[in-house]
Design a protein around this ligand. Structure first.
Ligand SMILES: Nc1ncnc2c1ncn2[C@@H]1O[C@H](COP(=O)(O)OP(=O)(O)OP(=O)(O)O)[C@@H](O)[C@H]1O
Length: 262
């Protein structure tokens, strides 16, 4: 099921929440093998974009194509497609009364009929891939924040999805753990032949491992280019976001103002 074109392709996409347009005119093409950073300030619509990528939110206009196919609308086809997308959600989402290995085994138990021994072997391989084979029997509370995040990563990889989507993978992590997780995102992408989309406001931790970056703000994509181009941009809107300045073209109370305009 390989195809030569982009893994993800959004064209003229408009996304609305609660009857209000959150993003409009979104064009995005993610070639196979790339790590793409989707950046933007809080409330800019990153989670909304992510929901469109997983088929959870149907665009109000435009088209979303994954693996060269239009996003299915039928529930059954959507479910099949989702098995090909590994999503690591904000926070860990690990079940606290299950061990690391049992957490990683969950998608395999839910979506395959593989024999128990094979599942155990696959789980060991996934934990090894994130450098945590020794932690297989540990419960989430016994792991550091960074280790728990890596277990969540192993679980997202359990079904060998060709596309990985990370939603704020660094929330709550210290700089060292953040570096480890982002290095891992890059290494797994390259060694397993994946394509990765990292949705985050952690610009400085993410750019070093990204091939391409887009910035969303004020309802659209305001920058698209390489990390080096992003660092060098003079665009005041993008600079305000990169430099973390409270005053500038992005209103400080963007969410409240948008709500008023609705
Ligand atoms: N279910 C919803 N109904 C109405 N408005 C919504 C809904 N979900 C999100 N919004 C609005 O859409 C806008 C974008 O929200 P979104 O969560 O996509 O932003 P974000 O960039 O992911 O923010 P954060 O970084 O804080 O998670 C916000 O103004 C938010 O209030």
């Amino acid at each position: 099921m390989t195809h030569p074109g982009p893994i993800v392709e959004l064209s003229g996409v408009r996304l609305a929440r609660g009857g209000r347009t959150v993003l409009d005119g979104i064009d995005l093409s993610v070639p196979r093998g790339q790590v793409v950073a989707v950046l933007g300030p809080s409330g800019s619509g990153k989670s909304t974009l992510l929901a469109a990528l997983t088929g959870e939110l149907e665009p109000a206009a435009g088209s979303v194509r994954l693996f060269g196919q239009p996003m299915p609308t039928r529930a059954r086809e959507l479910l099949e497609l989702r098995k090909r997308i590994g999503v690591m959600l904000q926070g860990n989402g690990l079940l606290t009364d299950l061990t690391a290995a049992e957490n990683v085994a969950l998608p395999l138990r839910a979506h395959t009929r593989l024999p128990v021994e094979l599942i155990e072997r696959l789980v060991r391989l996934k934990l090894h891939a994130v450098g945590l084979r020794a932690a297989a029997d540990a419960f989430p509370r016994e792991l550091s924040g960074g280790m728990a995040r890596r277990v969540a990563l192993a679980r997202a990889l359990a079904l060998d999805p060709p596309l990985m989507i990370y939603d704020e993978p660094l929330t709550g992590l210290d700089p060292i753990a953040s570096g480890v997780v982002m290095e891992l995102v890059r290494r797994l992408n390259d060694t397993l032949g994946l394509t990765s989309i990292v949705v985050t406001h952690h610009v400085h931790e993410t750019l070093p491992v990204a091939d391409h970056a887009i910035v969303i703000a004020n309802g659209s994509i305001v920058f698209s280019g390489t990390p080096a181009e992003l660092q060098a941009t003079a665009d005041p809107l993008v600079r305000q976001f990169l430099d973390g300045e409270p005053d500038g073209p992005i209103p400080f109370d963007a969410v409240a103002r948008n709500a008023e305009a609705a």
